[in-house]
Design a protein around this ligand. Structure first.
Ligand code: CS2
Length: 496
């Protein structure tokens, strides 16, 4: 079959939306680091709208910091790809034209650096996942002993996101150009402040003057990003190709819902994001807490318990009444830890989340969400649990989500089969689990003693350690499904 490309756009079926603008006239204003499915189904769609509205200086050059696969897929497609929006309604297809090319950093770091240093680039956005920030998830500070950070502090071409950003900022400062604005689009708490802290520290370690410039000049607005975008499967590719009538080597699949809340702080300019439905606000924190603790907290809980209970997808997991009840209770218990959003109907947000999780047309694997738990747990389950304790409440079913993660990192499932554990701390976690054995009273304290995940305060707090250990004991004894059922019936003691 022919390939999706500029030259074949005209042959697409009329129902497929496509760039209604002259792609050749677009110039690059944004470099995006971490060009995976999420970026292509979220920020790039908004930018595609802005390009169509005539804001032609905001085209995107994407970069992968690791694998060449996205570049390999999109190269002979002129950067085009299809977005398939899936729900119970018929799938909607739209070809996105916002990405002109994809660079592969490890192949040619100098090419990416030169792009980042180009003053025409005014925004560098990031979806590098939690671990890409090379920070300590419990404190939010730069992980100075991270191997990539140690490498990038040498007199070398960088490898890490902070390494590339700071090296490019250094070139811009020396050339007398203003910095770009760094726009983190990852699910980190205070993602703007976090990336700023990491970059300022990295820059200061490189050179004190640069450190001061980054601390003083660099704008890193915070954002809350939301859209459920499961990894694309072969079946998705086949379905999209059949509907397009041409081959797209890497389409993306997403739910209809999307939300992007952005702190409006762009000293060197930005596209008119609000005109495309982005919420521009002064303070993202209340939105971000709500999303991380309700959506992502529930997602991780469903991922660990659901995977252990034998459910492959989130939709299957939430169809289990016991897991659905755990999710409802988790959201209710997280709610008092949120900041008020005047006029916002939080109860309907929670109901909608459960409907989104149940989307029958998305195959969002529990295994996918279970990945990188060490980087996700702090903001999704541990901080809200800590906030509850500070207010004199018990941690409730957050204990069950955390215990589900502990059971999962033993890397052996309930039938005795190996779990493909993906986590930057995976080797450490597996070693701890192997030394402790499947005994909650040994495994829970050993994992709680990891300050980079649990902070320094939780291991010794019986109001936290007690319920987590009991929930883990139940998971070992009767499995995830029965433990969730007992929790749903109020039969699992989650009090201190
Ligand atoms: C998920 C998120 O993989 C995960 O950890 O919880 O990717 C989630 O789907 C998005 O944050 C939704 O906006």
């Amino acid at each position: 079959m022919t390939r999706l490309a500029n030259a074949t756009l005209g042959s697409l079926p009329p129902a497929v939306a496509r760039p209604a603008y002259d792609r050749a006239a677009v110039t690059t204003g944004i470099v995006h680091l971490g060009i995976g499915a999420f970026h292509r189904a979220h920020q790039a769609v908004v930018i595609d709208d802005r390009l169509a509205a005539g804001e032609t200086t905001w085209g995107i050059v994407g970069a992968s910091l690791r694998a060449p696969d996205t570049r390999d897929a999109l190269k002979s497609q002129d950067g085009l790809y299809a977005l398939a929006v899936r729900s119970a309604a018929p799938t909607r297809l739209r070809v996105i034209g916002a990405v002109s090319k994809v660079l592969v950093a490890p192949e040619d770091p100098e090419r990416l650096l030169a792009r980042l240093a180009d003053p025409a680039v005014r925004i560098v956005s990031l979806t590098v996942t939690e671990k890409g920030y090379c920070h300590d998830p419990a404190t939010g500070g730069l992980a100075e002993d991270h191997p990539d950070i140690r490498h990038d502090l040498g007199d070398v071409l960088p490898r890490s996101a902070p390494g590339f950003l700071v090296a490019a900022l250094d070139r811009r400062r020396r050339a007398g150009h203003p910095p770009f604005t760094v726009l983190s689009c990852d699910n980190l708490p205070a993602n703007g402040a976090t990336v700023k802290r990491v970059l300022a520290r990295f820059a200061a370690l490189r050179d004190a003057e640069l450190g001061r410039w980054v601390a003083g000049e660099l704008a890193c607005p915070s954002t809350m990003v939301d859209r459920i975008v499961p990894a694309t499967t072969e079946a998705d590719r086949a379905e999209v190709d059949a509907a397009l009538g041409v081959t797209d080597a890497w389409p993306v699949v997403a739910e209809p819902f999307w939300q992007w809340v952005v702190e409006d702080h762009f000293p060197t300019g930005r596209p008119d994001l609000a005109a495309s439905g982005v919420e521009m606000v002064g303070d993202v924190a209340p939105f971000e807490l709500m999303k991380l603790r309700l959506l992502n907290g529930a997602h991780s809980t469903l991922a660990y318990l659901g995977f252990l209970a034998g459910y492959e997808t989130v939709a299957e997991a939430i169809a289990d009444p016991a897991l659905a009840a755990v999710v409802t209770r988790l959201m209710d218990e997280a709610t008092p830890t949120l900041r008020p959003l005047p006029g916002f109907d939080i109860e309907s947000y929670k109901r909608d989340l459960k409907i989104r999780f149940a989307n029958p047309a998305l195959r969002h694997r529990t295994w996918q969400i279970a990945m990188d738990g060490s980087q996700k747990l702090p903001q999704r389950l541990i901080s809200p649990a800590r906030d509850r304790l500070a207010e004199g409440r018990g941690i409730g079913v957050m204990a069950l989500g955390i215990a589900g993660w502990m059971r999962y990192v033993t890397a052996v499932d309930e039938k005795g089969a190996a779990i493909d554990l993906r986590d930057p701390l995976g080797d450490r976690l597996k070693a701890i689990a192997a030394a402790a054995g499947p005994v909650a009273e040994r495994l829970a304290p050993a994992l709680l003693a990891m300050p980079d995940i649990f902070g320094a305060d939780m291991a010794a707090d019986p109001r936290f350690a007690g319920p987590v250990t009991r929930a883990l004991a139940s998971l070992f004894a009767v499995g995830a499904r029965e433990t969730a059922a007992r929790a749903a019936r109020g039969e699992l003691s989650l009090e201190a």
